[in-house]
Design a protein around this ligand. Structure first.
Ligand code: NDP
Length: 448
């Protein structure tokens, strides 16, 4: 029988890789894992976690303002980016440390250098050492796409935002997806003049149209400028040190900072994958089967590098299923139906299941219920901002097939409601639940 140095070698210690390594080790596998940057990956180091902390920080702009309407004497407040940046990065360091501790406690051999695939069972480390493993798991994630435009290097991506020396007075955010809308809200709240530029005339493609429209309307009212149907032609640094961004479809803009948020592509460059027979798709994603196995049976992949659903909790589930199946004698697969998702914009939006348009295509009859309301807190604060909840039902049996919300705390509320939607409950089940009053969430059981 062939002997290997390890049962599993994980390349990439982000959400999916960390979960797979830890669970495989807890099942008794001999595990090694390599990470070329920092343990924790995109979510912990330069994504979900620091972003959410900035969202909290940004919210104080409105909260401090509104507090006066609730009787608080709030002195003139000043925001200090350096303080928030320092505290956020300190928290990120703490979390990275916790991830390392957990892996060490589980006996995972951590190798903090780049590793590439050298054969179906072999990995080559940056230092030249070759390590063998019965199974190799690629969990290298994704990386921001930079458009091929002259002067592209003048732009930054979400990776760099958390380290900015100073916040830009004027910022252009390219893209209309998650990152663009989240950072548009954050930077606008911190006082930057934000212009969001997208190639088409939609934001947040894939989300329900009414919910997207509501965000657009509220974001515009908050002062964010949206420019659509534009494509970049040239980016130049001016003599004054500003950026001159030329576009077709829109007038050129002079800004202090340009942020590209036009999607993320799987990180498979120079990993030695195609050389050993691992198939990649047109985006460079590793093609895997339902058990996360690539076209080379000993090489697997989970998370963003497979470009299935680019969300942390999905990568974690994939890592868990991979490790349970191969090392825990518990075959399991990820159920990709009814994945809840949220955009931490200002206000946030959240969604699970089919949009109205998707439901009308998929079902013979659809019933839509909405609640369009002014949140009690906003009324007293004098904030003219309406929340919108939308329930999409199969008209034949009343089953809720989609739930879409925009308004304060929408992601917190939707997570709980997603359990009911996934369980196949009906509108009548929601209605039979007594409202919890006064709350925003009660609208879910009072929809007309
Ligand atoms: P998204 O896929 O969300 O959005 C990409 C945006 O860029 C779209 O508006 C798209 O336009 C536009 N675009 C795509 N390609 C090009 C191009 N070649 N040139 C110009 N514009 C382009 O990407 P993000 O970068 O915002 O985020 C990456 C992924 O990270 C998300 O898909 C999401 O899965 C994940 N993420 C999740 C978060 C969350 O859960 N809250 C937060 C942040 C990221 P159009 O649609 O009009 O074609």
């Amino acid at each position: 029988m062939t002997s290997f140095d390890y049962d599993l070698f994980v390349i990439g210690l982000g959400s999916g890789g960390v979960r797979a390594a830890r669970v495989a080790a807890s099942h008794g596998a001999r595990v090694a894992a390599a990470e070329e940057h920092r343990v924790g990956g995109t979510c912990v180091v330069r994504g979900c976690v620091p972003k959410k902390l900035l969202v909290y920080g940004a919210h104080f702009a409105e909260d401090l303002h509104d507090a006066r309407r609730f009787g608080w004497e709030v002195p003139e407040c000043r925001f200090d980016w350096a303080t928030l940046r320092h505290n956020v990065l300190t928290e990120v360091n703490r979390l990275c440390g916790l991830y390392i501790d957990t892996l060490e406690k589980h006996g995972v051999d951590m190798i903090l250098e780049r590793a590439v695939v050298a054969g179906p069972h072999e990995v080559r480390l940056a230092g030249g050492r070759i390590v063998s493993a019965r199974h190799i798991l690629i969990a290298t994630g994704a990386t921001p796409i930079i458009p091929d435009v002259p002067g592209q290097l003048h732009g930054i991506t979400s990776n760099e935002i958390f380290h900015l020396e100073a916040l830009p007075a004027r910022v252009l955010i390219a893209g209309g997806g998650y990152i663009a809308n989240e950072f548009a809200g954050i930077l606008n709240a911190f006082g930057s003049q934000v212009t969001l530029v997208n190639r088409t005339d939609v934001i947040l493609r894939g989300y329900d149209e009414q919910i997207r429209d509501r965000l657009l309307q509220i974001a515009r009212a908050k002062g964010i400028d949206f420019r659509f149907n534009a494509s970049f032609s040239r980016i130049e640094r001016t003599a004054d040190g500003f950026l001159d961004v030329s576009m077709s479809g829109q007038d050129s803009l002079e800004v202090d900072q340009l942020i590209f948020a036009i999607g993320r592509r799987p990180k498979t460059d120079d990993l030695g994958l195609t050389e050993v027979g691992v198939d990649l798709d047109a985006m460079g994603a590793i093609v895997v089967d339902a058990d996360n196995r690539s076209t080379v049976p000993s090489i697997h992949a989970v998370g963003d590098v497979t470009n299935r659903v680019q969300l942390t909790p999905v990568a974690i589930r994939e890592g868990q299923a991979f490790a349970d199946t191969l090392f825990g004698n518990k075959p399991s697969r990820v159920d990709y139906s009814f994945i809840p998702s949220a955009v931490f914009s200002h206000p946030p939006l959240a969604s699970v299941g089919m949009t109205e348009v998707q439901a009308r295509k998929a079902l013979s009859a659809v019933h839509v219920f909405t609640s369009d309301f002014r949140v009690m807190k906003n009324v007293l604060a004098g904030r003219n901002e309406r929340a919108l909840y939308k329930m999409v039902c199969n008209a034949e049996n009343g089953v809720v097939v989609g739930l879409h919300m925009i308004g304060p705390d929408a992601p917190e509320i939707l997570q709980a409601a997603a359990v009911a939607v996934r369980a196949g409950l009906t509108k009548a089940d929601f209605d039979q639940t007594i409202a919890l009053h006064p709350s925003m969430a009660e609208e879910l059981v009072l929809m007309k």
